[in-house]
Design a protein around this ligand. Structure first.
Ligand code: FDA
Length: 584
């Protein structure tokens, strides 16, 4: 007999676990979340919060989204990505990033009702955790996962209560392993992985110091410092990362993974900070020092029976592209509604298999992209002549050579500009963030062929209502002039149909089939004198079906199915589709 029972036990209160718990509670699913520590993230860790993640927070409630903005550094202060010899020294070049370039900003604004921002994990985790607990999640801190066993009906998990030292057992119908990069749940569940852990070493130096005079005129979250001859670290490049503008900072400095972990004391940390800032007198208020390894590993299986893993437990990669906590939260958005519907008897268990089919490709994509982004610093070093020699004097001479009035120097300047511009794949990869198109049994394509990408799919988001894609955003208007995003019409734990004039049959079908299946299917008609107005025509241009056609969305705002025009028997069509999607 277990000590405690719940429907879903979530291991870990990081971005993945807290988001999943918050979503489950919002959907009315009994759940418990545990963390082996007594509190949440104690260092800032992930910051970059992309539009898709903000849409998840918006789906949790506009108050959740608004609170995130309240604590975040706004997008306008994020994007003058600087390459320099020190903050006080020479600037080599810069790149407008994270939607700062006007063309990129336009794409951001057209894509989503939500804004990219910079929200340290020390703010994101409490927000998600508070949302979870205030909506019904039972949280047990200082409780460490030890092992689990599953059978046909559920999972029995053994944990250690670290306050008493006693073991407890928790019986749940499902277990979610959101226990980070060293996931024991993933290991015990026998998940399969590809790639390698520990391909590089890095240290984080967190400190407070007012650096406004070096940065406020070129606001950015990232300042890359190339320093030939630095006597610490491998490649002579360090990152000065804004935590709070402009008085809290994180320095990321590499170390040789083949050597023992360096001892980072206050004197060492101060020296690194002084070198990178370029101020030998700089006084820092050191907050913490930690080391971490660069990983290149992703799960090819993300579940085993009643056990599901997510977040860093399944994708382990460097912070490049800022995808860590974003992808973790989005994993939760994919799984939570499926668990909810299966637990409520609204869907068959096969729906849960779609979690792995849909998210494992994302795990592979982001791990590959983040590691490739590290490699793509190479051309900058090469163009500056930093790879030709390890002699600091020679390295400096090579860098200086680009200022000469010679054809070679002109070529070098061109190469430096090109190399910096190519970093857009790390710092403004909007497509990587937004282009997820799921392929699984929870999506019905009905023989339609996938639209190809017109532009580079890593850099540019391409809206489409092709089944599996995220519903495109367009503003639509109510009679009182207020506006909502089409994404606001979807989600919130429900399926939804979006149709236009001539599509009343879909509205009736949603009511009829919803009742039959015991699920809510929201229905929205968009068009002149309808429930929602498309004054700008943006929705008509985005929807890719005719007025009487339909887009059926899932609770995670991805398109489950679409049809170009009204069907002879809309209820029969909707029934057919939902039987497949929900494994009924
Ligand atoms: P996460 O690791 O956040 O959470 C795991 C949770 O599980 C924690 O609550 C932990 O206590 C708990 N747990 C683990 N084992 C347990 C057990 N046996 N029993 C009970 N609880 C257990 N990313 C990025 O994009 N940019 C960045 O700058 C950084 N920087 C960074 C620095 C450092 C020091 C770290 C450790 C990580 C980063 N990251 C990062 C990565 C980013 O933080 C990461 O992608 C997300 O936190 C992943 O969220 P998860 O919820 O999956 O795991």
């Amino acid at each position: 007999m277990a000590d405690i029972t719940t429907d879903v036990l979530v291991i870990g209160t990081g971005p993945a676990g807290s988001a999943t718990a918050a979503l489950l509670s919002t959907y009315g699913v009994e759940n418990m979340v545990i963390n082996r520590y007594r509190w949440l993230a104690n260092t800032p860790r992930a910051h970059i919060t992309n539009q898709r993640t903000m849409e998840v927070l918006r789906d949790l409630g506009t108050e959740v989204e608004k609170e995130a903005y309240l604590f975040a550094t706004e997008q306008d202060l994020m994007g003058e990505n600087i390459f320099c010899t020190s903050l006080a020294g020479e600037e080599i070049g810069r790149l407008k990033t994270w939607g700062k370039h006007p063309l990129s900003r336009a794409e951001h604004q057209l894509s989503s009702p939500s804004f990219m921002n910079d929200l340290p994990q020390t703010f994101m985790e409490p927000l998600l955790f508070k949302t979870a607990c205030s909506r019904g999640t039972q949280a047990r801190m200082s409780t460490e996962y030890l092992s689990h066993e599953q059978d046909a009906e559920g999972v029995t998990t053994t944990c250690r209560d670290r306050l008493t030292g006693r073991n407890i057992t928790i019986r749940s119908k499902y277990l979610v392993g959101a226990d980070g990069g060293n996931s024991r749940v993933a290991e015990h569940a026998g998940l399969e992985f590809e790639g390698k852990m520990g391909v590089g070493g890095s240290m984080n130096i967190l400190f407070k110091a007012d650096l406004s005079k070096y940065v406020a005129h070129r606001p950015s979250v990232l300042y890359w410092v190339l320093q030939p001859g630095s006597n610490v670290g491998g490649i002579g490049m360090g990152l000065v990362r804004m935590v709070r503008p402009w008085n809290e900072w994180l320095i990321v400095w590499g170390y040789d993974i083949n050597e023992p972990e360096p001892e980072v004391d206050e004197a060492f940390a101060t020296k690194v900070a002084r070198d990178l800032v370029g101020d030998p007198e700089l006084e820092i208020d050191l907050q913490s020092v930690s080391t971490w390894t660069v990983n290149n590993m992703y799960a090819t299986t993300m579940s085993n029976g009643r056990v599901f893993c997510m977040g860093d437990a399944t994708h382990r990669h460097p912070p490049s592209n800022g995808l860590g906590s974003n992808t973790s939260i989005q994993d939760g958005f994919n799984l939570a509604w499926k668990l909810s519907m299966v637990l409520k008897g609204q869907a068959g268990p096969k729906l849960l298999a779609s979690y792995q089919d849909e998210r494992a490709p994302v795990a592979k994509q982001i791990v590959t992209r983040a590691n490739q982004s590290i490699e793509e610093f190479g051309p900058i070093f090469e163009a500056l002549g930093l790879l030709e020699s390890i002699d600091p004097v020679k390295m400096q001479q090579n860098m200086d050579a680009r200022c000469d009035d010679t054809p070679e120097a002109e070529r070098q300047r061109e190469a430096v500009r090109k190399a910096i511009a190519s970093k857009v794949y790390e710092f403004d990869a909007h497509g990587v963030e937004m282009n997820h198109r799921y392929k699984s049994d929870a999506v019905l394509m009905d023989g339609q062929s996938e639209p190809p990408f017109d532009k580079d799919p890593e850099l540019h988001y391409q809206p489409t209502t092709f089944p599996g894609a995220r519903l495109p955003h367009a503003w639509v208007f109510a009679d009182d002039g207020s506006k909502v995003s089409t994404l606001d019409l979807a989600g919130k734990g429900s399926f939804a149909v979006l149709t236009g004039i001539g599509g009343q049959g879909w509205v009736d079908a949603a009511a009829e089939v919803g009742e039959e299946f015991g699920i809510e299917i929201a229905a929205h008609v968009i068009g002149p004198r309808q429930q929602w107005h498309d004054f700008t025509g943006d929705w008509a241009r985005a929807r890719e079906v005719r007025d009487s056609g339909v887009i059926l969305t899932r609770p995670d705002q991805h398109v489950a199915w679409r049809r170009d025009t009204i069907a002879e028997d809309p209820a029969a069509e909707l029934r057919r589709v939902l039987k497949t999607v929900l494994d009924r």
